[in-house]
Design a protein around this ligand. Structure first.
Ligand code: SF4
Length: 424
């Protein structure tokens, strides 16, 4: 039997698709390209914007067109938030939400036998346990391990808490077991990821664990040389946290701290839990203990009611923060979120123009950051294709064999890829 899988949306979704793919392989299934004929199509849907819903529906329709006799399986966030709508789409025979992916093969086999439409959607309040999917092997050197799920922050523009449910953390023992296995397989870099990583451990009251404990566990095996962290919250960064991160030489010096806006009034409307000043303090602490670290971020342009002055505040803030990289998104309304009720939604032309300005600034800041690196020596973990990444996530050319860590003095950049000389 052939199964084809595809993903819409974020890195966590991609992670979960890879984990499901592995479960099918273990069960003896043949993996097919999504654009080819298969017996089963699994679409890991996304609902972060209205466009994501549309794209999810389009993918489902595409799978059904490809093979009208195939079982089409819709899983993930859109399936979780709109199960009836998804189940009613032509061709859909199985709907699985944001839990129960571990049993995906079993459910697919059942659905193939029963030939009846099935839906497995756990109510959010029933999602109490972390669903332990295996680590995803991104390359021969780097693997991603999801250690946290769920979010209860309820930012006013975000649908994720309604799709992913409450906080669930992977127990420390399981993290240890997974990273030891990855180290034995030769993986050297582990990316720790989650929906709201900084909340790791808040549900593990009996263990009293925090993200720092999870990082410590992931760092334990000798073979693991690097730990890279997914997106963090500025309020997570206190003086003891910055110090502890700096004291762990395996932690990559690249930290993604979501900003979304540099204006306090916009942050308030977004229901973000920090002020612009608190954000600046967080990155000052990171730079105090790790002067070479790269700070990257996300920014939303044109949030409802954003004035010219508030937009200007964000531009000024980003300059002051000296981000190494910015991911900019024009605001996109997600139905069912609190932002829907906010007044003064901006026209697309204004949102796009502001996004363009922020993207332009982001490019300037990236160039400035990269230029500052010229002359510095970075450790590069060689990957395939004649390049690798430094801890602060600069792509660096190297002819070293995949998996080797080499020290390179950066001499310049070509299209944001550094070149230089290997040093002892
Ligand atoms: S922190 Fe805010 S933006 Fe991030 S997942 Fe939670 S609600 Fe969404």
């Amino acid at each position: 039997m052939k199964v084809a899988l595809t993903t819409l949306g974020c890195k966590v979704n991609h992670y979960e698709t890879e984990a499901m793919r592995e479960l099918f392989v273990q069960d003896g299934w043949e993996i097919a390209e999504f654009s080819s004929l298969a017996d089963v199509y699994v679409i890991n849907t996304c609902t972060v914007t209205q466009t994501s819903d549309t794209k999810s529906r389009q993918m489902i329709a595409r799978a059904h067109r490809m093979n009208p006799d195939a079982l089409v399986v819709a899983v993930g966030c859109y399936a979780q938030t709109a199960p009836e709508a998804v189940a009613s789409l032509e061709g859909v025979g199985l709907v699985v939400g944001t839990s129960g992916r571990k049993e995906i093969v079993l459910r697919v086999n059942d659905a193939l036998q029963s030939k009846s439409n099935e839906a497995y959607i756990s109510p959010l309040y029933e999602m109490r346990e972390f669903e332990p999917l295996s680590a995803v092997r991104d390359s021969r050197t780097r693997a991603t391990l999801k250690i946290q799920d769920g979010c209860v922050n309820f930012c006013s523009y975000c649908i994720i808490p309604y799709a992913r449910g409450p906080l669930r953390s992977r127990p420390l023992e399981e993290i240890s077991t997974e990273v030891k296995l990855l180290a034995r397989e030769g993986y050297q870099e582990i990316v720790l990821t989650g929906i709201h990583l900084a909340s790791y451990g808040r549900d593990l009251l009996d263990q009293g664990a925090t993200l720092l404990d999870a990082i410590a566990r992931a760092s334990e095996p000798d073979g693991i040389r690097r730990i890279r962290l997914g997106s963090l919250e500025p309020l997570f960064v206190t003086e003891p946290v910055a110090k502890a991160l700096a004291e762990n030489p395996k932690i990559c010096r690249q930290f993604h701290l979501s900003l979304q806006s540099g204006s306090n009034t916009v942050l308030k409307r977004m229901n973000r839990k920090y002020t612009a000043e608190e954000y600046l303090s967080a990155i000052a602490l990171m730079r105090k203990y790790m002067p070479d670290c790269a700070i990257t971020t996300d920014v939303i342009a044109g949030f409802p009611g954003e004035t010219d002055e508030e937009h200007a505040e964000t531009l000024a803030f980003c300059k002051e923060a000296r981000f190494a990289r910015m991911h900019v998104f024009p605001f996109s309304l997600r139905k069912g979120t609190k932002a829907e009720a906010l007044s003064n939604h901006l026209p697309k032309s204004v949102k796009d123009a502001r996004a363009k300005q922020l993207i332009h600034l982001g490019k300037e800041l990236t160039h400035a950051y990269l230029n500052e690196q010229i002359g510095s020596v970075v450790e590069v973990l060689a990957e395939s294709g004649g390049a690798g990444y430094s801890g602060n996530y600069i792509r660096v050319k190297t002819s070293a064999p995949e998996g080797e860590i080499v020290r390179i003095r950066i001499e310049g950049f070509e299209d944001e890829t550094a070149f230089g000389t290997q040093v002892e």
